[in-house]
Design a protein around this ligand. Sequence first.
Ligand SMILES: [Zn+2]
Length: 151
Amino acid sequence: MNVDRERWVTRVEETLRRSGHHRSSARPAVVRALAEAAAPLTVLELETRIRLVGRVGRASIYHALELLCRHALAYRLDCGDGQARYLAAHADGPVRHYLACGRCGAMVELATARLDRAIGREADRLGVAIDARPLVLHGVCAQCRPVHPAR
Ligand SMILES: [Zn+2]
C-alpha cells in the first residue's frame, strides 16, 4: 500500500477515535479494503474482498461505510445502476472523477484537472462554494462502446 493510502488509514482511525467511536470488528477490514481499492467498490465487491480475510456480516459493512461517509472519510457515489459505490476520501491530491459504464458497470477514472479549474472559476464567478467531491459521468466504457465507422 502506498504512503497516501497508509496516511488515510491512520486518519480514519484517529478521526473516529477522537469522535468516540469504538473500533468495531468490521471496520479495520472495510477500511483496508477501501484503502487498497483502485476504483470505487460496491458493497458486494467489498464483501467479497473482506471474505477472503475473515467473516464479516453485511450489516457491519454497511454500518462501517455509513460511519466513514458521515465523517467525510469516504464518498458514496450514485452510479445510476441502483448500486452505490464507495471510495476512500484521500486528503492528498485532487478528487478523482469517474465515468460509470452503463453496460458493464466499470468505473473509469478521468483526468479532469481542467474540469476542476473550470468548476473553480464558475464557483468564483457565482460567489458560491462547491465541495470537492468525485463526480460520476455516465456513458459506456471503451470495451463496451460499439466500434464506430472510420471517419
Ligand atoms: Zn463497459
